[in-house]
Design a protein around this ligand. Structure first.
Ligand code: GTP
Length: 581
């Protein structure tokens, strides 16, 4: 059963797409703040829940270990993907790499295409465009059926440009490599009579980790997979080194707690989810440190006086929560604290509830909490935003999620204004194993590329078409006109498709990003936001401003440059990462 990374649950093939459609944000099960006397945990109940949590974390940890040991792991981990990219010849990763290596980038030959200049497309009626495009597509360009153009054949025959993939090392790979080097150097020195510093350090680290693991979890019997020298060396290494990226540390416990609170079963917890949550929390560290401690101190003092209100306001504004959202939060807090004598922990829990409510509000209005592409239907996601916001990267990451989740996906490279943009999106397509429809000419009409991409998607029964767009043109008016035109083409050419228009916003820009959003909103009929670069910014509060000021739901958040560093937005996880000490 494939894990659907949009819904964060396994696809149940026995259900229809509509039955399968559930919110990607599982309902938070965190206890709602209650009157002080009932909600204040007694030492016994606190102990019980800590024990339960530890048991859950242990079970999840063991399960991940087992998955990592099993050669039939369902999805490659981050580091496996990175390794795949760097070492395509390694035999053990051949199956994954093969499909990536033959990944196709379908160039739409400009000469074969009807040359759609801006003016031409504008002048032609949609009917005319359609006819000429379909003819062009039929003639030579866009493959019309999968039989006609098997992926590998396309790659070999007509796709020439992106065959060698410039890769960046995934940070996790670097860690793996370091660990390997470490292990090797320790092993090679075992024959030396004197204990070197390195050996001592390794031994101390091992002893420490073994103590930690022994106190937290039973270590399963090691399964000897490869009786080689390398394996022999690895038996002397700590558990954490045997399972790269997996450590039973504080971050693991926190992530497990967040997943458990959302009703996740221990056996469904994957290393990717743990890694993502750790990354999100780490990314929001600056924002959290900026507000949490001070907030705790302030709200713990009972009813808010004017000085406390001013202080909280200032903290929230500094985190780029925005004036409107700040006012809302303050008045809700004041009301609560006026009614109750609330200990700081409880006040924070109440604050979390307020924030979650704000973040989820646009979803309630839209009656569409789920944000997964619908199976067996064409979903078109138009990705817009100013240049540098992270559109291309986001497309790469979403296409990776789509591929992992079993969707037939395609990318349309409609940012034809910046020459490098097409190349960039092709690199991402190659990484995620998703085809890219592009037109190699200079300043070609993006609307024509979109038209071709839709034709290709329709003929191949694509389920998710991601359309990259320009973030900058000669002037703002041109940019908006272009987006309007693209949107019109999509609406007309694919009237039955599920169309989403996502604005990519750079969180580090804080409030400034929101002003851009208002402009895009009209041209592209925005339906949601992707908030990028949440890693390392102190302006993480901008998420609240986005929903409050724009009234748009946040659909994805990005917290890093790697292919795994984007996930569907969950208000519960976001708020926990933002406010859990
Ligand atoms: N730290 C961090 N960097 C990111 C994230 N998302 C994107 N970036 C980086 O932001 C830079 C710009 O990203 P692009 O995807 O090229 O942005 P774009 O919006 O497509 O830009 P144009 O093609 O110029 O319109 C790149 O260096 C990305 O690696 C993120 O979540 N975190």
């Amino acid at each position: 059963m494939v894990f659907n990374w949009f819904r964060r649950q396994h696809n149940d093939s026995s259900k229809t797409p509509s039955e399968n459609k559930q919110g990607e944000t599982p309902p938070a099960k965190e206890p709602q703040p209650e009157p002080a006397e009932t909600s204040t945990p007694t030492p016994e109940t606190a102990q019980d829940s800590t024990a339960d949590l530890l048991a859950f974390a242990k079970a999840a940890y063991k399960n991940i270990q087992q998955k990592q040991q099993s050669p039939e792991a369902e999805t490659p981990t981050d580091s496996a993907v990175a390794q795949t990219l760097v070492e395509p010849t390694a035999t053990e990763i051949q199956p994954v790499q093969t499909s990536k290596a033959v990944d196709t980038v379908t160039e739409v030959d400009e000469t074969a295409q009807s040359p759609h200049t801006d003016a031409a497309v504008e002048e032609q009626s949609t009917q005319e465009i359609e006819t000429s495009q379909v003819q062009a597509a039929d003639a030579t360009v866009v493959p019309t059926t999968t039989e006609e153009l098997p992926i590998s054949v396309t790659a070999a025959d007509s796709v020439t440009e992106v065959t060698e993939e410039p890769t960046t090392l995934n940070p996790e790979l670097t860690v793996d490599e370091t660990e390997t080097v470490d292990t090797e150097s320790v092993t090679s020195q075992e024959s030396q009579p004197a204990i070197s510093f390195l050996e001592r350090a390794a031994a101390e680290r091992q002893a420490k980790q073994e103590r930690l693991i022994a106190s937290a979890i039973e270590v399963p019997q090691p399964q000897v997979v490869q009786p080689s020298a390398a394996t022999a060396a690895s038996t002397t290494t700590p558990e954490a080194e045997k399972f790269p990226g997996l450590a039973f540390d504080e971050g693991f416990m926190w992530s497990a707690e967040v997943l458990a609170a959302q009703g996740r079963r221990a056996e469904d917890v994957s290393i990717e989810e743990i890694n993502w949550l750790k990354k999100l929390r780490q990314g929001l560290d600056k924002t959290r440190r900026g507000i949490l401690n001070q907030l705790k101190a302030i709200v713990g003092q009972g009813p808010l006086n004017q000085a406390a209100v001013t202080e909280i306001e200032s903290l929230l504004l500094q985190a780029d929560v925005g004036v409107e959202a700040t006012d809302y939060i303050i008045s809700a807090l004041q009301k609560k604290l006026r009614e109750d004598v609330t200990p700081p922990e409880e006040a924070i829990a109440f604050l979390k509830e307020i924030l979650r409510h704000m973040l989820d509000e646009p979803l309630q209005k839209s009656h569409k909490p789920s944000f997964a592409p619908e199976k067996e239907t064409l979903n078109i996601w138009l990705i817009t935003g100013v240049n540098g916001a992270g559109k291309t990267t986001t497309i790469g990451k979403i296409s990776h999620l789509a591929k992992k989740s079993g969707y037939k996906c395609l990318i349309g490279a409609a940012d034809t204004f910046r020459a490098a943009a097409v190349e960039q999106v092709k690199v991402w397509g190659t990484r995620s194993g998703v085809e890219v429809i592009a037109n190699p000419g200079k300043n070609t009409d993006p609307a024509a590329v979109v038209f071709d991409a839709i034709a290709a998607a329709q003929s191949r029964e694509t389920e998710l078409l991601l359309v990259d767009t320009a973030g900058r043109l000669q002037n703002k008016k041109n940019l908006m006109d272009e987006l309007t035109k693209i949107r019109r083409i999509i609406d007309k050419k694919a009237p039955n498709a599920k169309i989403e228009s996502l604005l990519v916003l750079d969180a580090t820009l804080g409030q400034n990003g929101l002003r851009q959003a208002e402009v895009f909103s009209q041209a592209a009929q925005l339906s949601g936001v992707v908030l990028t670069k949440l890693d390392g910014t102190a302006k993480g509060g901008v998420a609240l401003a986005v929903v409050q000021q724009l009234g748009l739901p946040i659909r994805f958040i990005g917290a890093g440059e790697g292919i795994e560093d984007l996930r569907p937005f969950s208000s519960y996880e976001f708020v926990e990462a933002l406010l859990s000490g």
